[in-house]
Write a protein that binds this ligand. Structure first.
Ligand code: SF4
Length: 307
């Protein structure tokens, strides 16, 4: 969730350039699980993954991530309006109320701006992104089946895929379209596969839970008003499944070895953890102790004294 780049979006608190992943939920699956944001973190830099997932180091919001969250919130609420009322003016009207709601949830957001002028400019950019949305889609002709849809899918490998889909449209024919809003710029062609990985990940999760391969994956880039569309097939999703399983094995090996190597790239510019990164002269904190294994069932106290 963030956004003023041409291609690989800067990593953020949620692990991608967009607020596509609400905070990790308490109802985590019992076995291993992976979201597309965390998978992307590991591919970007194993040390970044460690800081976020193993150390669970907090990250402060920044104006770009906050704007992504706000625009997503408005686009989600826009579909509460009757179709004829889903207008650019209505979307702009939703902005202040959604911002107040987000600030109530995360008070640190209120501290992001030096003054009212800076905040007004930031708001106006969010409003322009919403205006741009209407040049790409006509929401009065869309009735989403789901918004901010939680997906979970257990693969045969034992790995659970999890994540949140911004919008799922299901046609009367049963055809499925997965839609994701991005408040950054559309990626250059060489980075498009990376952007589509998240969408194929969701498509795989839906295929494994519903038995239907989504007809279309659609990324809506509000930073520059472009659409990226892709029609996946079975071979695509099987390849994604192999990739996700291989990624998980690599994460598992890194966890067992405690080997989280930094992988510097231009994305370091947006990394919240540069001060802790050896590449930039920092020292990572000691690794937290591994969680204690669950005791065997027959070792659990029953409340009855031993015989
Ligand atoms: S600053 Fe360090 S931890 Fe962050 S992405 Fe770059 S190499 Fe990885």
């Amino acid at each position: 969730m963030s956004d003023t780049l041409a291609e690989p979006a800067p990593p953020t608190a949620a692990g991608s350039a967009e607020p596509d992943q609400p905070a990790e939920q308490p109802d985590q699956p019992a076995g291993p699980s992976l979201s597309p944001s965390r998978a992307t973190d590991f591919m970007t830099c194993p040390l970044l993954y460690r800081f976020r997932v193993v150390d669970r180091l907090p990250e402060l919001p920044n104006p770009a991530t906050a704007r992504g969250t706000l625009v997503h919130a408005v686009l989600e609420r826009l579909f509460d309006e009757p179709p004829g009322s889903r207008t650019p003016a209505a979307a702009r009207t939703l902005l202040p109320g959604q911002w107040d709601r987000l600030v109530a949830e995360v008070p640190a957001l209120a501290e992001l701006f030096a003054d009212a002028t800076e905040q007004a400019a930031w708001f106006e950019e969010a409003a322009r992104m919403l205006d741009r949305y209407f040049t790409l889609e006509d929401p009065s002709r869309i009735e989403p089946s789901y918004r901010e849809m939680s997906v979970r899918a257990l693969l045969a490998s034992g790995l659970t895929l999890r994540g949140y889909i911004d919008r799922l449209d299901i046609a009367p024919t049963g055809e499925i379209r997965i839609v994701d809003y991005k408040t950054g710029l559309a990626p250059r062609e060489e980075y498009e596969a990376r952007a589509l990985f998240q969408m194929k990940f969701y498509a795989l999760a839906l295929w494994r839970t519903r038995g239907t391969i989504p007809r279309l994956l659609q990324l809506i880039y509000l930073g520059n008003g472009e659409l990226v569309r892709y029609a996946p097939d079975e071979a695509d999703l099987l390849a994604t499944e192999r990739k996700v399983n291989a990624l998980w094995q690599a994460i598992d090996r890194a966890t067992s070895a405690g080997d989280w190597r930094p992988r510097p790239s231009r994305l370091c510019e947006w990394c919240s953890y540069r001060s802790l990164c050896p590449v930039y002269g920092g020292t990572p904190p000691p690794l937290p102790p591994p969680p204690l294994p669950a005791p065997p069932a027959d070792a659990l106290p029953t409340g009855a004294p031993p015989a």
